[in-house]
Design a protein around this ligand. Structure first.
Ligand SMILES: *Cc1c(COP(=O)(O)O)cnc(C)c1O
Length: 357
C-alpha cells in the first residue's frame, strides 16, 4: 500500500489534494474525517462527507446562540431572520448571482425546488416543457404539471459539434439537437381564447448524476435567444423560453456562474455540496422569472392573513417568504454557514480539480 502511494505521489504529487488549502489532504483526513478509518468513500458524488470540524462549529453555534421561530417577534426571532438572510446571500454568492437579479428560496431539497417550479410555472396549452434525455427523475416529474395543463412535453438530445469545441462561447450553430417523441394529454382542458405571453420551460442538468456528463451552460443563452434556430419546425417555438438548470450534482464541484449564464431557475441541494444538513436545498430564481410564478397552496409562513369561512387570503409580500411553506428549517439554514466556510477554505475550484483526477 505505502509503496503504491509513493509511486502515485511521484506521478501525481503536484495534483494530489488541495495544494492551496491550509492543511494537506492526509492531515485533513486524519483530523477532520477520523470516523472514516480505512473506509474508502467516493466523495463529492452521491453525498459529500461533512467534515468533523464543520460539525463542531455547528454544535457550538447552536449551543451558544438562541434561535427562535422566525415568524415570532422577539430578539431570538430576529437572530434567526438575520442568520437566514445571510445564508441566502451565501447561496447567491456561491453561484455568482447578484441579489438585484436573483432570489434564493429555501426548500427541503433540490427535488422540492423542482416541484415548486413545476407547480408555479405559468403553463398553458401552447406551452412546451423540453428537457434533455439525461435528466434526474425529479426533473422529469415536472412533466406532470405541464401535461395536466394541456401543455406539450418532449425530450431532446444535444450533441456539441466537435469543430466548435475550441471556441470560448458556443452558439446555436455549434450544437445539434435531436428531438424525441412529443407527449400531450388530449383530455387536457382546452382554454378559451388565452391571453398574454406563452412561456416554455427548458430543463437540463449542469452535470448528470448518472452519466457524469457536463452540459455547456452556453445552452442558457442559446435556448433563450436562438430557440427558433435550434428547434426548427413544429412543435412549438412560439413564446418565451425560460431555462432551468438542475445544478444539484454540478454544484458539488462547479457551481453555475449566473452572472455569465443567466438562467431563470437553478436548483441545488446542500448535502451534495458539504454533506450536512440533509433535507435542505434551494431554488435560485431570477427576479423577472419570479414574477411569473403563481403558487396555489398557501400555508403558515406564506400567508399574512386568511379567513376560514370565506374565500379570502392575503399572501406575504416578501418573495422568498411567499414560497417557503411552513416554518423554514432555520437550524439547518443556520448550519450551512459552516459548510460554506469549509468549501471556501478548500475552494470549489480546488475540489473540482481534485475530483477530476
Ligand atoms: C441529487 C440530485 C437531485 C435530487 O436532489 P435532492 O436534494 O436529493 O432532492 C436532483 N438532480 C440531480 C442531478 C441530483 O444529482
Amino acid at each position: 500500500m505505502d509503496t503504491q502511494k509513493e509511486e502515485f505521489l511521484k506521478e501525481f504529487g503536484q495534483d494530489y489534494g488541495y495544494p492551496n488549502a491550509p492543511k494537506n489532504i492526509d492531515d485533513i483526513r486524519a483530523s477532520e474525517f477520523k470516523r472514516l478509518g480505512d473506509v474508502v468513500y467516493l466523495d463529492h458524488a452521491g453525498a459529500t462527507l461533512y467534515s468533523e470540524l464543520q460539525m463542531e462549529a455547528i454544535i457550538k453555534d447552536l449551543t451558544t446562540n438562541v434561535y427562535g421561530n422566525p415568524h415570532s417577534q422577539s430578539e431570538s426571532s430576529l437572530a434567526t431572520s438575520e442568520v437566514v438572510r445571510a445564508a441566502r446571500q451565501l447561496v447567491l454568492d456561491y453561484c455568482n448571482a447578484s441579489p438585484k437579479d436573483y432570489k434564493c428560496v429555501f426548500t427541503s431539497g433540490a427535488t422540492a425546488a423542482l416541484k415548486l417550479v413545476g407547480e408555479a410555472f405559468p403553463w398553458r396549452r401552447e406551452s412546451s416543457f423540453m428537457y434533455t434525455m439525461e435528466n434526474h427523475n425529479s426533473v422529469l416529474g415536472i412533466k406532470e404539471y405541464a401535461l395536466n395543463q394541456g401543455a406539450m412535453a418532449f425530450a431532446i438530445d444535444i450533441e456539441e459539434l466537435e469543430n466548435y469545441s475550441g471556441l470560448p462561447r458556443r452558439d446555436a450553430s455549434s450544437i445539434k439537437v435531436s428531438r424525441y417523441s412529443v407527449q400531450r394529454r388530449n383530455e387536457a382542458p382546452v382554454q378559451e381564447a388565452p391571453e398574454g405571453n406563452i412561456y416554455n420551460l427548458f430543463a437540463f442538468p449542469s452535470e448528470c448524476n448518472f452519466s457524469g456528463r457536463k452540459f455547456s451552460l452556453d445552452l442558457v443563452k442559446i435556448i433563450k435567444e436562438d430557440s427558433e434556430r435550434v428547434l426548427e419546425g413544429p412543435p412549438h417555438n412560439k413564446g418565451c423560453w425560460m431555462v432551468l438548470i438542475d445544478a444539484a450534482k454540478g454544484c458539488t464541484t462547479q457551481p453555475p456562474d449566473l452572472a455569465s449564464f443567466p438562467a431563470d431557475f437553478v436548483v441545488i441541494s446542500f448535502y451534495k455540496i458539504f454533506g450536512y444538513p440533509t433535507g435542505l436545498g434551494a431554488l435560485i430564481v431570477h427576479t423577472e422569472a419570479a414574477k411569473l410564478l403563481k403558487k396555489t397552496y398557501f400555508s403558515g409562513g406564506t400567508v399574512a392573513a386568511s379567513i376560514p369561512d370565506i374565500d379570502f387570503i392575503k399572501r406575504r409580500e416578501g418573495f422568498e417568504e411567499s414560497f417557503e411553506d411552513g416554518t423554514q428549517s432555520f437550524l439547518s439554514i443556520a448550519s450551512i454557514h459552516h459548510g460554506f466556510r469549509i468549501i471556501h477554505s478548500l475552494t470549489a475550484s480546488a475540489i473540482a480539480r481534485y475530483v477530476n483526477h
